[in-house]
Design a binder for this molecule. Structure first.
Ligand code: XMP
Length: 429
């Protein structure tokens, strides 16, 4: 069944996402679009029931007032103008605003509350088939929530035409590459190319201590490895990406620019000229998770905690060495295991270990040892801009300390990082 849609037109408001979200919570699908939509762009969107011209503080760009295109004004559906052309702003009080939205969406537009995940998936599957035809699609599958859900959706829509590439850069958590290969190749029957690029990355990173240089090397090398794979596959026309709504929506009129500039795939050379496939670009993070569950992905994958692109590379402080990297990986696995046992897994936003490049004296087997410390970090946050430290029960910290000092080679000390953000950041680099 096709979902009814309300279009939110960015007329310079910083609250487009907010309004989009509130209408979705009423059960009606929303999309945010630019003020200059053409007739052709509009015609590609089915079941538009109404349009909200959402004006706001950024209505004037480079001295020119933003105006809605003729196509939008003559779309033949009800138009609600807010804070625009003399119209009133949204009511400040939440209740009054929702009343206004509800009345427009259901009474004026006669939209039905038929936005749900099954309808969304059915519609995306149809759209993907229409976009891709019998073409081949390539996807870099990191195993993160977004790329995993894109993979699952594409497998459902165009199965054998999809090739997933999973690059193991050596900086993933323990068991992660194996889980990606198992879930997608064995359980979901995907074409999956597993690239063992561990040596390639670690060689490039050898001796590099500066965090930003490390990030740059990891990012650039990733593109190179992916590019090599893309070239070896023939006739691939499409590149799928796990772009989600918050990635493309900044705020206000930036939306317009952000949506457009997003169509240049960062870093890939021009001769690899793919058309983008971004089926999640209209979903918020929690909706992406819901979509993943509906498509049968394991909960461990769908509710995975955030993990930085450069992975354990920024948790092995300074120049990365293989032995210290293993200490990060093994201690992280122990931390995750013990947090799961203690029921902290779904409760704490992000938790991990860090191994700084210092050594301290300890005692092992009645002899003096000179080994690394492991730092435990467990934080809660809403938007990652600020964070508080989780009050992990002391007994859990003791168990983790015992296990890490006994099971992880080269580690004789465990510390708990008590620093909120600010003063510290969440990561150590
Ligand atoms: P900070 O350390 O800035 O981290 O407080 C905030 C959030 O961002 C994640 N993070 C990254 N994610 N690439 C990423 O994809 C990166 O280079 C990166 N650095 C930090 C971090 O894990 C936390 O969730």
């Amino acid at each position: 069944m096709e979902q009814d849609k309300i279009l939110i037109i960015d007329m310079g408001s910083t609250r487009n996402t907010y309004i989009a979200r509130e209408i979705r919570e009423l059960g009606v699908f929303t999309e945010i679009h630019a003020h200059d939509m053409t007739r052709e762009e509009l015609s590609k969107i089915t079941n538009i029931k109404g349009i909200i011209l959402n004006g706001g503080e950024n209505r004037v760009v480079d001295g020119v007032q933003i105006r809605a295109s003729e196509a939008l004004l003559n779309a033949g559906v009800p138009v609600l103008s807010v804070d625009h052309e003399g119209s009133a702003p949204w009511p400040q009080e939440e209740e009054a605003r929702i009343d206004k939205l509800q009345s427009f969406v259901f009474n004026t537009c006669k939209a039905e509350a038929n936005w749900n995940m099954d309808n969304f998936i059915a519609e995306q599957v149809a759209q993907l088939r229409a976009q891709v035809g019998d073409g081949k699609v390539l996807l870099a599958l990191s195993g993160g929530v977004d790329s995993s859900v894109v993979a699952a959706l594409l497998i459902k829509a165009i199965g054998p035409q999809l090739t997933c590439v999973h690059v193991n850069h050596g900086l993933l958590r323990k068991g992660e590459p194996e889980e990606v290969v198992h879930v997608f190749r064995e359980e979901m029957g995907a074409n999956l190319i597993y690239v063992d690029a561990v040596d390639r990355f670690l060689d490039k990173l050898a001796g590099v201590a500066d965090p930003e240089k490390k990030r740059m090397i990891i990012g650039a090398e990733f593109i190179r490895v992916f590019e090599d794979e893309a070239r070896s596959l023939k006739d691939v026309k499409f590149l799928a990406q796990g772009t989600i709504y918050p990635d493309i929506i900044e705020s206000g009129t930036k939306t317009v620019k952000a949506v457009k500039s997003h169509h240049n795939v960062g870093g890939l050379p021009e001769d690899l000229d793919f058309e983008l496939v971004e089926p999640l670009k209209m979903l918020f993070k929690d909706e992406v998770r819901e979509c993943g569950l509906a498509l049968g992905l394991p909960r461990s994958m769908v509710f995975r905690q955030p993990f930085p692109g450069p992975g354990l590379g920024v948790r092995c402080i300074g120049a990365i060495t293989r032995d210290r990297l293993e200490a990060v990986r093994e201690s992280d696995a122990i931390l995750r295991e013990e947090f799961a046992k203690a029921g902290l897994e779904g409760k704490v936003w992000q938790y991990f270990t860090v191994v700084p490049d210092v050594k301290s004296v300890g005692v092992r087997d009645h002899k003096r040892s000179f080994e690394w410390p492991v730092v435990l970090r467990a934080v809660n946050t809403v938007d990652a801009m600020t964070a508080t430290v989780e009050r992990v029960p002391y007994e859990v910290l003791e168990i983790i300390t015992h296990r890490i000092t006994h099971e992880v080679a080269g580690v004789n000390r465990v510390l708990y990082d008590l620093t909120p953000k600010p003063a510290g950041t969440i990561e150590w680099e």
